[in-house]
Design a protein around this ligand. Structure first.
Ligand code: ZN
Length: 285
C-alpha cells in the first residue's frame, strides 16, 4: 500500500473580486491505495487525516453512529466522495455474509437500508463504501468484466465467509472468474492486538482445520490463560485462496489500526469514543 493525496485548492476569487462562498480553505485527503487495483478502478482506504471532526473523532470520521457532529460527518463524506469522483453508496452492516448488488439507478437512501456486509456493482459513477474501525475493509476488482466489490469482514463475517460470498456474487452477477480477481485488504486490527477468548478461538478452529499451522490462531503472546490471538488478514487470505483467488492477487497491508493511534480509529482501543474509516472503490463515469 502507498499513500496518495487528493487536494482541493482554496477557492479562487470570482471575477468581481468577491471571495468564493464555499470551500474558502483548501484541504488535502490522504488515501492508502494498493498497486493491485489498477485503472479504470479508483479506490482507497482512509486514515484519520483530511477531515474536520473534533477529538475524539479527529479528524476524518466517516461514521455517523457514535456521537460526532453530523455536520462534520457530512463534510468528511463529501470530501471522500469528491476524492473518488462518484456517488458514495453504503449499506447497513450487520456482521453477516450477505452481498447486495448496486445498479446505476438505485437510490442511495434505499441501499443504505439494505442489510449487507458487502456491495458489488459494475456501474460507472458509483462508489461503494464500507465502514470499519478494526474490521477488515476488503476491495475486489475484476479487470475483465469491470465488476467491483467492497466488503466488511470482522471476525463474525470472516467465520461466516463474507469474502468467499463476495467472490461468488461477482461470478453470479457479472460472470467474473475467481482467478481474474484482484483483492486488497485494508487497515485492520492485527494479530499483535486482536486477543480473543475461547468462544471466538473455537469458531475459527471450526472454520479452519489448519488455523494454527497457517497462523490464523496464535497463542497469547503474553501467555494469558484462555486467550489466543487471531490474524484476520491471514484468515481471509486463506478463504480467498480456497475460493480460487490467486495468492499473488491478494494485497494485505501490515497496518494495525489498534497499534497506530495517530493514523487509524480503533473500536477495540477507544470504545465508542472513536470514529470510523472507510474502504471505497468505484469506476469513474
Ligand atoms: Zn497491533
Amino acid at each position: 500500500m502507498r499513500l496518495t493525496h487528493f487536494r482541493e485548492s482554496p477557492a479562487t476569487r470570482a471575477p468581481d473580486g468577491e471571495p468564493g462562498s464555499s470551500g474558502a480553505h483548501g484541504w488535502e485527503l490522504p488515501l492508502l491505495v494498493s498497486p493491485l487495483l489498477e485503472a479504470p478502478f479508483v479506490h482507497g482506504f482512509t486514515t484519520r487525516a483530511g477531515g474536520v471532526s473534533a477529538p475524539p473523532f479527529d479528524a476524518l470520521n466517516l461514521g455517523g453512529k457514535w456521537g460526532d457532529d453530523p455536520a462534520n460527518v457530512v463534510e468528511n463524506r463529501r470530501r471522500l466522495a469528491r476524492a473518488l469522483g462518484g456517488r458514495l453508496v453504503v449499506a447497513r452492516q450487520v456482521h453477516g455474509a450477505a452481498i447486495a448488488r448496486v445498479r446505476a439507478g438505485d437510490p442511495t437512501a434505499a441501499i443504505a437500508r439494505v442489510e449487507a456486509d458487502g456491495l458489488c456493482s459494475d456501474a460507472a459513477g458509483v462508489t461503494l463504501g464500507i465502514f470499519v474501525a478494526d474490521c477488515i475493509p476488503a476491495l475486489l476488482v475484476d479487470p475483465k468484466t469491470g465488476a467491483f466489490a467492497a466488503v466488511h469482514a470482522g471476525w463474525r463475517g470472516t467465520v461466516a465467509g463474507v469474502l468467499p460470498a463476495a467472490v461468488t456474487a461477482l461470478a453470479r452477477e457479472f460472470g467474473a472468474r475467481p482467478g481474474d480477481l484482484q483483492v486488497a485488504l485494508g487497515p485492520a486490527i492485527g494479530p499483535c492486538c486482536f486477543e480473543v477468548g475461547d468462544e471466538v478461538t473455537a469458531a475459527f478452529l471450526a472454520q479452519f482445520a489448519d488455523a494454527r499451522e497457517r497462523g490464523v490462531v496464535v497463542p497469547s503472546p503474553r501467555g494469558a490463560p484462555g486467550k489466543s490471538h487471531v490474524d484476520l488478514k491471514a484468515a481471509n487470505r486463506l478463504l480467498l485462496e480456497r475460493a480460487g483467488v490467486a495468492p499473488d492477487a491478494i494485497d494485505a497491508g501490515p497496518e494495525c489500526t489498534h497499534c497506530d493511534r495517530a493514523r487509524f480509529f480503533s473500536f477495540r482501543r477507544d470504545g465508542s469514543a472513536t470514529g470510523q474509516q472507510m474502504g471505497v472503490i468505484g469506476r469513474p463515469a
